[in-house]
Design a protein around this ligand. Structure first.
Ligand SMILES: Cc1ncc(COP(=O)(O)O)c(C=O)c1O
Length: 349
């Protein structure tokens, strides 16, 4: 569906709103009090997602941030060390919550395309010592936002799984956009489920829900995460209205995400032909495109403003970095409009 009447909004997949059938499902949802444990629609969503990934249990969360933070807090004790990749969302963009919520001792490792080299992981495991923190968790991200929606290969995740089992260190996967990777690779969800102890998945991005994420893991672990959710004020009562929306999104929007990925690649092709702009990621795997401004006289905020005058919204994330994200409300006509606008803006200067 194209946003023909308004601007073509490429800023983020979080700008998406529910489709008419998702709204209808919300209005007619059967609900209860989820904190008392009797909301049937939340239960159905939790059971469906846990089964999809071959995990025992799941807990519905208000946001990806709460889901990630509860995930970590349920894995570790305060003062234990967690390994994170340097440009990961959980480390860079969650307000320092790893220190505040879980009391994590955070060790930052360099990676590329969302992958921390296995050698680096091997060297990062602390020996048992009274003087050192215990290495208690590894966090990875699928797809990796700041690697431009990069798909972290399942072969790499399987090798990490072996490392994790060898050292008894659990793996948490921030799978906010794992959906976009799955539709692209066709790898069954269960295979993604098999490479992590816990996975957080978002409904409020490409899946168009207004609110919601979910955390999966084993039964005892999810009960601990449910308790952390309660500490954080994330018990939501009649959240079946939101779960109903997510259940429809899984049927209606999930299979369509493949179109978002291919439209993003088409936009990447447009950038390739424009002097003064450069694709700032290795490949365009899914729905996120970072563009570096190499032009001498233009910077990213200037291009963002000029595109806005042409009815195209992108996000300047620094003086030289622009971001475009495709989603349900970016159709082929919007990509054409962005291509025309980019041509006009870049050729005018
Ligand atoms: C990779 C990733 N993880 C987690 C989050 C946090 O999700 P939320 O905005 O629902 O807190 C985001 C949000 O953009 C994200 O991109």
């Amino acid at each position: 569906m194209s946003s023909r009447n308004g601007p073509s909004d490429f800023r983020s997949d979080t700008v998406t709103r529910p489709t008419p059938s998702m709204l209808e499902a919300m209005v007619s949802a059967r609900v209860g009090d989820d904190v008392l444990g009797d909301d049937p629609t939340v239960r159905a969503l939790e059971e469906q997602i846990a089964a999809l990934f071959g995990h025992e249990a799941a807990v519905f969360m208000p946001s990806g941030t709460m889901s990630n933070q509860a995930a970590v807090a349920a894995h570790i004790l305060p003062g234990e060390e967690i390994l994170v990749e340097s440009s990961s969302h959980i480390f860079q963009f969650e307000g320092g919550a790893l220190a505040r919520v879980a009391g994590a001792h955070v060790r930052v490792l360099e990676g590329e395309g969302g992958m921390i080299p296995l050698e680096t992981l091997r060297n990062a495991v602390r020996p048992p010592s009274l003087h050192m923190p215990r290495t208690a968790l590894l966090c990875l991200e699928q797809t990796h936002l700041f690697a431009g929606g990069a798909i972290v290969p399942i072969s790499y995740l399987r090798q990490v799984r072996e490392w994790s089992q060898e050292h008894g260190i659990p793996v948490h996967l921030d799978g906010a956009r794992l959906w976009n990777a799955q539709v692209e690779t066709g790898i069954p969800f269960e295979e993604y489920g098999a490479v992590a102890d816990s996975i957080s998945l978002s409904f409020n991005k490409g899946l168009c829900c207004p609110v919601g994420s979910i955390l999966i893991g084993n039964g005892a672990y999810i009960e601990r995460a449910r308790r952390v959710r309660q500490w954080l004020g994330g018990g939501m009562r009649q959240s079946g209205y939101l779960a109903a929306c997510a259940l429809v999104a899984l049927q209606e929007v999930l299979p369509r995400l493949i179109e978002d990925n291919s439209r993003c690649r088409r936009l990447g092709g447009v950038i390739l032909g424009l002097p003064g702009l450069r694709i700032a990621q290795r490949t365009v795997d899914t729905n996120i495109l970072f563009v570096e401004v190499t032009h001498h006289d233009l910077d990213a905020p200037m291009i963002q403003a000029a595109l806005e005058d042409e009815g195209v919204l992108a996000l300047a994330l620094g003086p030289r970095l622009l971001r475009f994200v495709t989603h349900q409300y970016v159709g082929d006509a919007d990509v054409d409009r962005a291509a025309a606008a980019l041509n006009k803006v870049m050729q005018a200067s």
